[in-house]
Design a protein around this ligand. Structure first.
Ligand code: HEM
Length: 228
């Protein structure tokens, strides 16, 4: 009896450890990398930084940092995040799905027992769903009801359904908060002599997708000195 209880506890501990490991792997560089991609794109398109900081100055003002309660008042910032995740989804392929029975999804006939891989990267860059798909145009999301919670199948950076990312709420808040405050608190410059068009947007594929060459950026404070 004691051995039986011991085995159950050991099994549960292992299961918790396994899930904890998933959380660590899934939660470590995902949000930071999304912010890195967003800054790469913004430095490549200085007009968008001006537009984003205009919104921050108008809505937040220069005498405070951005807080969670402010996010809903910053539609352009949200559009930048969606556009970043459209072009640079961190997981190129979603977790594999296994068909329990014959079915038809989006016009494809899928036989029972098939393993299906969904390629979010290619959906995000398909001219079937997006105008000028290779261009970074956050304005395409303004006034549109396209969320990232797995119901709009053209934008699935966090996946969908029962295997959808359980870290969505934490991840999206971290991205909003980091990106908003990095843009609000600092002017970002490229190293001396570097031009926006020289920024490398090539990807390095791995468990998550990194920029092949990390970008060096120079921050300058833009808020009153007492806030730092
Ligand atoms: C920018 C932030 C993040 C992005 C873009 C992201 C994206 C994803 C994607 C695409 C999947 C696969 C979903 C599917 O196949 O339907 C996933 C799974 C997962 N994510 Fe995230 N994630 C992020 C943040 C986080 C955070 C902060 C955590 C934990 C604290 C986390 C934990 C996990 C775990 C444990 C899974 C596996 C779920 C399962 O297979 O049942 N993620 N994530």
């Amino acid at each position: 009896m004691i051995l039986h209880q011991y085995l159950i506890i050991a099994g549960l501990t292992l299961q918790l450890f396994d899930y904890g490991q998933d959380l660590l792997v899934g939660g470590t560089d995902t949000s930071a990398l999304t912010v890195e991609w967003a800054l790469n794109e913004l430095l490549k398109h200085p007009r968008l930084i001006r537009k984003a900081t205009e919104e921050l100055d108008r809505v937040i003002g220069r005498d405070k940092w951005v807080e969670e309660a402010d996010f809903s008042k910053l539609p352009f910032l949200e559009a930048i995040i969606k556009e970043t995740l459209r072009l640079h989804p961190l997981a190129t392929l979603l977790s594999p799905r296994y068909a329990l029975e014959d079915c038809t999804v989006a016009g494809y006939n899928i036989a029972k027992g098939t393993t299906v891989f969904i390629n979010t990267w290619s959906i995000g860059r398909s001219s079937k769903y997006w105008d000028s798909p290779e261009e970074f145009i956050p304005e395409r999301f303004l006034g549109k009801d396209i969320d990232m919670k797995g119901q709009n199948f053209v934008l699935l950076p966090f996946g969908s359904g029962r295997r959808m990312c359980p870290g969505y709420n934490l991840g999206i808040k971290l991205i909003r908060s980091m990106l908003a405050n990095l843009l609000h608190g600092f002017n970002w410059k490229l190293p001396r002599g570097m031009k926006p068009e020289e920024i490398c947007m090539e990807e390095h594929y791995g468990l998550t997708t990194h920029p092949r060459i990390p970008l060096a950026m120079i921050p300058e404070p833009r808020l009153p000195v007492n806030l730092y």
